[in-house]
Design a binder for this molecule. Structure first.
Ligand code: AHG
Ligand code: MN
Ligand code: MN
Length: 333
């Protein structure tokens, strides 16, 4: 049996790959790991605790009902970032505006983090997998000053690191710093994330498609054509694919990372920009997808090339196995 490699050790070992690394990024990743262990603990007992489970009674800027765990997770991560010392500001799906941290230490931080504290929150009450998604950038503004909106509105290809935590049948943390993707599983008995999925590669093709097909009639015809292709005996596999849709992007994405597949959330007549958020969901997962050999596009262009114009911007999202995303794109007019 080989030695267990903890996330902590792994991050430290990898730090040596970056010349001039000062350890700041490593400390951010460690802070994320600690915060996600706390959130994981809360998620695990959600069904037991009345004050954790259920609607919080408020709605976020996008008009969606916030769940208590959304708020709890948001606060937990913000606390970790604000007190970590490396981060000057954050933007989160759950907050209307970005936050510039006020302390002198934070103002000297070189990085910003954008995140979706709890993804798939409509699945909390029904005990289905949920996740956290994060994206780390170097700030654009000067160190020593307050973080600015420009620090937050950077193209995805500027990310220095990105990752997700999946609170599934086990809790996993998957991240990239642009040198491949590695996955760690939380061993609750020792409280450590342990390297379980080294150098993750998304299969080039697969036979699973994930889409909310309830929307099929409000999608453009190319999407209908592609879904019909997935369901046909005339497709590249000679048999219908399996449809799988969890409704937690992180969980659907993670399954495709491992088994191969495609995830589609297109624009619709009712959501002309799509549903998923560029900064908190699509960019970080796009970085991971590409690092694992997969693709992430809007159906027409590479997600990581989009110049963001606003914090809560949404985009259509096609991600997963390279050959499948290319095929879907070829069917859009
Ligand atoms: P969030 O819970 O962070 O608001 O994200 C929900 C997202 C994503 O996780 C999921 O894939 C998608 O919304 C589901 O949307 P539909 O219910 O429209 O299919
Ligand atoms: Mn989400
Ligand atoms: Mn969310």
């Amino acid at each position: 049996m080989s030695k267990v490699i903890t996330l902590n050790e792994f991050i430290m070992d990898r730090q040596a790959d970056f010349t001039n690394a000062t350890g700041e990024l490593s400390r951010i990743l460690n802070d994320i790991a600690v915060a996600s262990k706390i959130v994981s603990r809360d998620v695990r007992k959600a069904g037991l605790v009345d004050h954790i489970l259920g609607a919080h009674g408020a709605t976020n800027i996008q008009g969606e009902e916030q769940q208590k765990l959304d708020v709890i997770a948001d606060e937990q991560f913000i606390k970790a970032f604000e007190n970590g010392g490396e981060i000057c500001g954050i933007a989160s799906e759950e907050n209307d505006d970005y936050l510039a941290f006020q302390s002198e230490t934070a103002k000297n931080g070189k990085y910003v983090v954008l995140f979706d504290p709890l993804d798939g929150s409509s699945n909390i009450d029904v005990n289905v997998s949920i996740g956290t998604i994060f994206s780390i950038y170097r700030r654009k503004s000067e160190q020593g000053s307050l973080a600015t909106l420009d620090d937050m509105l950077q193209k995805g290809n500027e990310q220095v690191a990105a990752g997700y935590v999946l609170y599934g049948s086990s809790t996993m943390l998957v991240y990239t710093t642009g040198r491949g993707v590695n996955g760690f599983t939380l061993d609750p008995s020792i409280g450590e994330f342990c390297l379980s999925h080294p150098n993750m590669k998304m299969p080039e093709t697969g036979r699973i498609y994930a889409m909310n097909e309830g929307n099929i009639d409000i999608c453009e015809s190319g999407i209908k054509d592609y879904v019909q292709y997935c369901q046909s005996f005339e497709n590249d596999k000679g048999a219908p694919y399996s449809g799988r849709y969890i409704g937690s992007l992180v969980a659907d994405f993670h399954r495709n990372m491992i088994k191969g597949g495609i995830y589609i959330y297109p624009d619709t007549t009712t959501s002309p920009e799509g549903k998923l958020r560029l900064l908190y969901e699509c960019n970080p997962l796009a970085f991971i997808a590409e690092q694992a050999g997969g693709l992430a596009t809007t159906g027409r262009e590479r997600v990581l090339n989009i110049e963001p114009t606003r914090l809560h911007q949404r985009v259509p999202f096609f991600t997963g196995s390279k050959n499948m995303v290319e095929k879907a794109m070829s069917m859009l007019k």
